[in-house]
Design a protein around this ligand. Structure first.
Ligand code: DAH
Length: 341
């Protein structure tokens, strides 16, 4: 028996690694087991030369300790690894929930309006939110100093008195008529601004969808039928519409359109103030002056236009009673619309 061999075995023990409980156990049995190498080396102890017995004994003890501590070390390593692996596949652990967000109710309604008109051939058009006087007012038959300009409180741009935040999306009809030749069938969704104190029923910005149809022989009956189709698709087949005479500088005749109350179906309730109807948009036949202002021959062409507030439609669909909720970014409010995406 050579001391060198035992020392080699000690080195081997120190270098031994194992990835599983089974390999460690096999190693333990090989070195420390009742028929293991250590046992055999101790058995040979009696044959060792007396002068070497002391050192031999020490080396054997060293081997025993090295093997025992190596086994303990490897076991600890493997069991902690098992635990962490176990954790990653613990299916009962609560998930770290990520908020996925939801579409804004105004966008949902705007998209629905676009879809409804898309089905009858209307294309989407857009224009700038910072608009010049011509497109927002003058071309639409609001001459300078015309009192109708006061119908909408305007945010003017200080540096350029000719520019303002658009007060309505009717400005986009002007842009479309100027740049296209009839037939024109377009809807223009967008944000508009008015200098109003913010309250549950008014806001300094909101959203509109403007509609415009210009062709030969377009009549008020076409307008009525188009709006009826819209109202019944948006609010339900049994919806009734009502057109009340009104005034807008850019349409003649002009009307305001009401739909039968979405809550009481016309019987009268506090939402419709017991009238049975809810106002949802302005409309009318495009005034010949407006057609001419935009380079369209009013003797050949006629058309209708309409404009509705998206918040107003959303309010009726979702029963939202405070306009401010749409722009407060309150997650609890916005999350309610997740299912209607
Ligand atoms: N621009 C109007 C508003 O903001 C709404 C409107 C009324 C648009 C009649 C139209 C229309 O196109 O024909 O109050």
């Amino acid at each position: 028996m050579k001391i060198e061999n035992v020392k080699k075995l000690i080195d081997e023990v120190a270098a031994f690694t194992a990835a599983s409980e089974k390999e460690i156990e096999e190693f333990r049995i090989r070195i420390l087991g009742s028929k293991g190498e250590l046992k055999q080396l101790f058995a040979q102890f009696k044959d060792v030369d007396p002068s070497e017995k002391k050192e031999y004994g020490q080396v054997l003890n060293e081997l025993k300790q090295a093997a025992e501590s190596r086994v303990a070390e490897l076991r600890a390593k493997v069991s902690s690894k098992d635990q962490s692996e176990g954790e990653s596949i613990d299916l009962s652990r609560p998930v770290n929930q990520k908020k996925v967000g939801s579409r804004h109710p105004i966008n949902i309604i705007r998209n629905r309006i676009i879809e409804i008109f898309h089905k009858i051939g209307y294309e989407v058009s857009e224009g700038p939110e910072v608009e010049d006087d011509w497109h927002n007012f003058t071309a639409l038959n609001f001459p300078p100093e015309h009192p109708a300009r006061d119908m909408q409180d305007t945010f003017f741009i200080e540096r350029d008195p000719d520019m303002a935040l658009r007060t309505h999306t009717s400005s986009v009809q002007v842009r479309m008529m100027e740049s296209q030749t009839p037939p024109i069938r377009t809807i223009s969704p967008g944000r508009v601004y008015r200098n109003e104190a913010i309250s549950a029923r008014a806001h300094c910005f909101f959203h509109q969808v403007e509609g415009l149809y210009i062709d030969k022989d377009v009549s008020f009956a076409d307008l009525r039928q188009t709006l009826m189709y819209f109202a019944q698709t948006m609010f339900g087949e049994d919806t009734e519409i009502r057109l009340r005479p009104s005034y807008f500088p850019f349409t003649e005749p002009s009307a305001e359109m009401d739909v039968s109350c979405t809550i009481c179906k016309g019987d009268g309730c506090n939402v419709c103030k017991y009238t049975g109807y809810l106002e949802i948009m302005g409309c009318g036949m495009v005034d010949p002056n407006v057609l001419e202002n935009c380079g369209i021959d009013s003797k050949v062409y006629s058309g209708f236009a309409f404009g509705m507030g998206v918040e107003r439609i959303a309010q009726l669909i979702y029963n939202v009673n405070d306009l401010r909720l749409y722009s407060e970014n309150d997650i609890n409010f916005l999350e309610q619309f997740r299912s209607s995406i």
